[in-house]
Design a protein around this ligand. Structure first.
Ligand code: ZN
Length: 209
């Protein structure tokens, strides 16, 4: 996943897709600066409202992403039922309590029941839920629910680790249905692939479960 750089060169399409009211957001940020005792007209702040509004368009674009378009046919029928694991999916989100960024990694595992999702799509699912005002526990639940509803797997587990937030929380775990912790541990023994770019996953032998 590409790192966010809060660039100012979002395309008009990207801005439109976020469905954020740009002019109103800019005006509000200028008001906020004033309320904070700042002068929004001074040189250093002149472009800040526009920059922040565009940053929100990028960081909060997840509300209007179309999951069906995102999955775009990458749903496959399979006969095997070995666990699929994607680890270390980096995410960047904003907490809804302070509108401050929080970031970390998501690990996803599921045991298919006839259907799998293309591996590269799992980070897209995470991204869709991360780009909203969030709390860690809800994001964890939303990712798990989405995969459960889409794939109807035998089981799905999502672990979210927050690496950095002004108010740090512990890892949130959502296991559905309840899965013994052993499968996840055994999956971590050695997946032998680099999944940080969301391009690979691994399968764990049944006897390890
Ligand atoms: Zn917060």
């Amino acid at each position: 996943m590409e790192l966010l750089d809060f660039d100012d060169d979002l395309t008009d399409d990207q801005l439109a897709a976020s469905q954020i009211d740009g002019p109103q957001a800019e005006e509000s940020i200028a008001h906020l600066l004033k309320a904070l005792g700042e002068n929004p007209e001074r040189d250093g702040l002149k472009n800040t409202p526009r920059r922040v509004a565009r940053m929100y368009s990028e960081l909060l674009a997840g509300y209007h992403m179309d999951p069906v378009a995102m999955i775009n046919g990458a749903l496959f029928d399979v006969k095997y039922d070995e666990m699929v694991i994607v680890r270390d999916i980096e995410f960047y989100s904003m907490c809804e309590h302070h509108m401050l960024p929080f970031m970390g990694r998501v690990h996803v595992a599921y045991i298919p029941d006839g259907k799998v999702l293309g591996i590269s799509k799992i980070p897209r699912v995470v991204d869709m839920y991360a780009r909203r005002l969030q709390v860690q526990e809800r994001m964890t639940r939303q990712i798990a629910d989405f995969l459960r509803d889409l794939l109807k797997p035998q089981g799905v587990a999502v672990v979210v680790e927050v690496a950095d937030h002004a108010v740090r929380g512990g890892p949130a775990r959502q296991l559905d249905p309840p899965v013994r912790p052993e499968p996840v541990r055994s999956a971590e023994v050695d997946v032998g692939v680099d999944v940080t770019e969301g391009t690979a996953a691994d399968v764990v032998d049944d006897e390890e479960l």
